[in-house]
Ligand binder design. Structure first.
Ligand SMILES: Nc1ncnc2c1ncn2[C@@H]1O[C@H](COP(=O)(O)OP(=O)(O)O)[C@@H](O)[C@H]1O
Ligand SMILES: [Mg+2]
Length: 376
């Protein structure tokens, strides 16, 4: 078979390949109605050119934050010219200059000249565009935690929210998206800036297993001919991040394509599952501090070896033999892991307030992810 034939085969396997791309915005977007409605409500003053309200969107990775914003922003763009919504991915734009350059590019509709326009000039041009268009600005700082290092987040927020002080009738609101559940914006942001920001908090909890099932089934139905759906959902459910499921679907179909088949079989899923391992887990591990990762490695080992469910007290006794830490610190760290979605601490049925430690990922995968980041 010529290599070009693989590609053609691959095409026939996908009804629509684009639906598995990371930046695909799905048509069907359930389970987030409340959050999208809340965001629309906050943006609403902007539709008449007034100042949009600010928000912090908070939730672990893969909970639909970016998609909610992108969908709302495209509705706004269709509905009015009085509000300019700009989505900025702070993983890519990590400095105040990069953020504002992105905002100006969006307003101008073309990239900035690479010669480097100084920041005050960039701000002036942003303001001029807004004044000419008589529009308010709504800037989404997506994954704003990437700006928290240094003083960039403070600078971006205070500049945006004070634009109207330097430029008449230029009004801006900010949606800050935070995937790092440990980040406390009140601590990161100056009290003075926070008081002009005073964001409403919009929470994005992890999807339940049923929701994951439904979302993936929709995506598969849209993008792929029927295949090994149950297998995929079983893998993706264990990963806890919907993105892993979508990735797995795409890679499984590619694998089938490479073997010249039109149907995705369970063995395609098995063959590629290793490559899709826990992107969420790696992201979480990267955010944890070293003592936290060390603790997870020990907990993972205990859990992998133990078999039977263990409670926090028993786990603490075992951990203390390897890591000196107080019970209070231990409990705090468990809470962190719970918030990040690595662990659950469910009540043990029929045993009152007794809880058990349950890994939401394969403990071996957790240990691997943590150890990867321990390597200097
Ligand atoms: N409710 C949903 N329905 C359909 N697809 C979803 C839903 N929530 C998330 N997704 C998909 O999951 C992936 C991750 O969502 P995203 O919005 O990027 O999450 P976050 O920004 O919270 O990390 C995207 O591919 C998105 O299309
Ligand atoms: Mg996102």
């Amino acid at each position: 078979m010529r290599s070009i034939d693989f590609l053609t085969h691959d095409h026939t396997l996908f009804r629509d390949r684009e639906v598995f791309e990371a930046d695909f915005v799905p048509e069907q977007f359930g389970h987030r109605e409340a959050q999208v409605r809340e965001l629309a409500f906050l943006a609403a003053p902007g539709l008449e050119g007034n100042t949009p309200s600010c928000a912090v969107l908070r939730g672990p990775p893969g909970t639909g934050k970016t998609t909610s914003v992108l969908r709302l922003f495209s509705e706004i763009e269709e509905a009015t010219r009085r509000l300019a919504p700009v989505h900025v991915n702070c993983q890519n734009e990590r400095t105040r200059y990069a953020v504002f350059a992105r905002v100006l590019e969006h307003l101008a509709g073309h990239p900035l000249p690479t010669t480097g326009t100084p920041l005050p000039e960039v701000l002036r041009r942003i303001a001029r565009r807004c004044q000419e268009r008589k529009c308010a600005l709504l800037v989404c700082l997506d994954d704003a935690n990437y700006l928290a290092a240094g003083d960039e987040l403070n600078a971006v927020l205070s500049t945006l929210l004070r634009l109207h002080e330097s430029f008449r009738s230029v009004r801006a609101g900010v949606f800050a998206v935070i995937s790092d559940m440990d980040l406390d914006l009140r601590r990161e942001v100056d009290a003075r800036v926070f008081s002009v920001f005073h964001p409403a908090e919009v929470l994005f909890p992890p999807y339940t297993a049923d929701e994951v099932h439904e979302i993936l089934a929709q995506r598969v139905g849209q993008g792929l001919f029927p295949g090994a759906m149950d297998r995929i959902v079983a893998f993706a459910g264990a990963e806890g991040d919907i993105r892993a499921g979508i990735d797995l679907v795409r890679k499984s179909a590619e694998h089938a394509g490479r073997e010249g088949r039109y149907r995705v079989l369970a063995r395609d899923v098995v063959a590629v599952a290793g490559q899709v391992r826990a992107p969420a887990l790696r992201r979480i591990a990267a955010r944890l501090r070293k003592p936290e990762r060390d603790l997870l490695v020990v907990l993972g080992r205990i859990s992998a070896a133990g078999g039977a469910a263990m409670g926090p007290a028993e786990a603490y006794r075992a951990v203390r033999e390897e890591i000196p830490l107080s019970y209070t610190t231990f409990r705090e760290r468990l809470k962190t892991f719970e918030k990040d979605g690595i662990l659950a601490l469910p009540l043990v049925a029929g045993e009152g307030r007794r809880r058990e430690i349950a890994f939401r990922y394969d403990p071996m995968a957790v240990m691997e992810a943590c150890q990867e980041y321990t390597v200097p």
